[in-house]
Each structure stands twice: as C-alpha cells, then as structure tokens.
Ligand binder design. Sequence first.
Ligand SMILES: [Zn+2]
Length: 455
Amino acid sequence: MVGSYSPDVFSELLPVYYKRLFPYEPFYRWLSYGPDNTNTFANREMSFTLPGDVYIRYQSFDTIKDFEQEVQKKCPEKIDIGAVYNAKPKHNRMVSCFEVEEKELVFDIDMTDYDKVRTCCSGADICIKCWHLITIATTIIDTALRDDFGFEHRLWVFSGRRGVHCWVCDQTARVLTPNQRAHVAEYLQVLQNEDSNCKTARIPPEKMHPSIRRAVDIIAKDFVEVCVKGQNILGSVTGMKTVLKMLGDDSLRQLTEAAWEALPTDSQTSVDRWNALVAVLDKQQSNLKRWQRYLLEEIMLHFAYPRLDIEVSKGANHLLKSPFCVHPKTGKVCVPFNPLASRKFDPTAVPTLSDLIEEIQKFDAEKVKAGEEMYRKIKDYKKTSMYKGMQIFEEFLRNLEESWKSKKVKEEGMKIIFYLGSQNYNRSNIHAFHNFFFQKWSFRKGVRCRFSLES
Ligand SMILES: [Zn+2]
C-alpha cells in the first residue's frame, strides 16, 4: 500500500532505513565480483551526499563492515558508485598514477528528456501514461544490450523519481575503455538533432539496420496506446502541425490534411487522425520519394525511441546513484525491476520510506510480538514491499555468481572486444564476425562502416 510521504520525515526515517533495510550483504556480493577479485570492493570509489549538499568524493571501504558503519554514521542522502581504481580511492592523493581499472557500463534514461514528446506531464513530474515511454525505452535498450552485444548481466533500477538506470555488469563491459563505451552508447543513440522538418530520426533509404527494425517493431506494438492515445500526439493543432511538418512534402501534407478534414465530426481523435495518416501513406506507397520510404517508422522513432544521456555511459569514471538509495523528495527506494516485465512496473506505486517502516512495524506487531518464533529471525526487508525488488536483485546476483564458475566470461570477452574495434580479436573468427559486424554497423546513420577491418 502506498501511503503519503512528506520529505520532512526523510532525515528521521533514513537512519532506520540504513539500519534495518539497506541490503549490505548482497550489495557487497555484487560489487566484489567474486572471490578472485580481492581488491574490487576496496578499490571502488563511493561518494556520499550529506545534508546541506555536502558532497564527499573518493571514499572507499576495505570491508562491508566499514561501509555499513560509515553509512549508518553519516546517513548520506545519496550514495553514488564510481569506478574501481588501481588503488584505494581514499588514498588517491598518495598514489602517483591513480587510474580507473574497471567500471560497469551504465545507462541513464530520464523522463525530462521526453518533454518534447510528452503532453501529460513535464519536468520532474511523471504519471503512468508517460512512464510507458520509459517502458518502451527499457525494452529496446535491454534487448539491444543482450542481442547485439551479448551482455548477460544487466541490472535495471528505478532511479527513485523519474527515470531508470541500467548497470551492465559483465566482465567484458566493466573493462571497456571510454572510447569503446562511447561506441556502444552512440550505436544505441539513434535520434539526432531536429532537422528542418522537426524530425529527429532519419533512416537511410537503402536498407533499414536490423537493430532499428527491431526497435521499430517494439515501438509499433504500443505506439497507438502510448503515443497516439496516451500522449494524444494528434489531439491538438500544435501536434497535428508537427506531424504534418515531419511528412516533409507538400503533396503528402495536403493529402493528409484533406483526410483529416474528411473525418466525421465525432471521429476527430488523435487515434482517428493517426489511422487516417497511416491510410494515406499506405495508399501513396508507390508515389513516395526514396527518402520517404521509412517515413512512418521515422515518425514512430521520433516519438518513442529511447532518449539516452550518453555522457553518463561514455565516462568510465562517471558516478551514478547507487541502487537502494532513497530519493529525498519522493521517499522512494531505487529498487531493481525486471526489464522483461517493465510494463508491470509502476513507479507511482513504489513504496516510500514511510510505507516501508510502517510495514516493518505492522509485521512485528502482528507476528513477532505474538510470539511466533519463526518470524523472529526474518530479515526486515522480507517484511516489506521491498521484497520483490530484492528477489530481482538476488536473481541477478545468482546469475552473476554462476558466470564466475564458468569460462564463459573469457569467450564472450573475445566477441565483445572484436565488436568494438580493438585489435585483440581472435583471427579464426574474423569472417563470421566481419559479417555480423558489418551488418550491425554499416547502415546506421548512413555510415558505411564504423571500423575498418584489417585482414
Ligand atoms: Zn505523464
């Protein structure tokens, strides 16, 4: 049950959260990355934001106990996770060559970047209608990371207010150079600056890149519900004008306008206009110019393709808010969610700090005080609605731990390093990868091939 939350109680409830609910043990298991990586946790930069916007960078903790004690002592309003360095970040000034050794590949999708294509809310506000744009984004990015790059360990986390973060934790992702990170991020960054026709998506007419086709297919499933109906993109004069402009051609504009005007007065909704536009484009298929071949797909991409803050993904030393932080304004915990079921994830229903503490108290009052011994040792998060997010996190951890036991990591590494244009590829695989690689990269943005292959 989601009750009311007031930011006034944040400082009062946060110590309780850090004492009883923050999942220190699984958090440590994640950031240690297995028994072979003995310094990974100790060399990780953590940063705390303390009340009054006091920002402390380059903190590091030798053990999980140290981390837990410091978190409970300082009660940071926000914890950010940085990179793993070649030395302990707390000693950074004593090391002559202090540099990044590894860092998860991260993605940040924020609702505010959708302000131009959403009509229900703006700024920091979100509702379930515009949240579905984030759901589409999650599906597209998660599928591309899995199918195009072979990344298996992707942790998706609600950012506590109006966005999501993705942590790609495969070993191959963690050791990517900033340059390679930029290539992955740019590969996923399909939208460009608006052209004179207000369009941000341009598909080269010769052939649609398979990953764009897949994104279009994902969008198409929900486009009418989420954008045409939900965002009412053709429900206003401004919206209609924008889409007409995107057609980029006077005769097509006139035909569409005529089709809209011909709609009966009781059928003038955004959906009716969209259907009329689709019918016009269908009918005009053989008369369309070469550059108009993928007009409908470009319009759908414009309204629903993920807006990524790729600067966050590019930098290996970029800090990102840790999962399980609590957002001071909303009181909501940054809980992991399942990207495959992201449609079911409702950010407006994420329990707040007040709800969680109440849930613990209620559980204790009903079960523990009633003397039921079996409930006495139960972990506090299991008494609350944080349980579901924890189950997703535990499953992610189990898969990650499973991968440490196999040699899979190494093999995948060869594949990814090759994809990203490094010279360290396995030559025996060159032809198979060349085909894959060329196909993946050659049609994007009209660029023939991103990397030259040396044979
Ligand atoms: Zn909204």
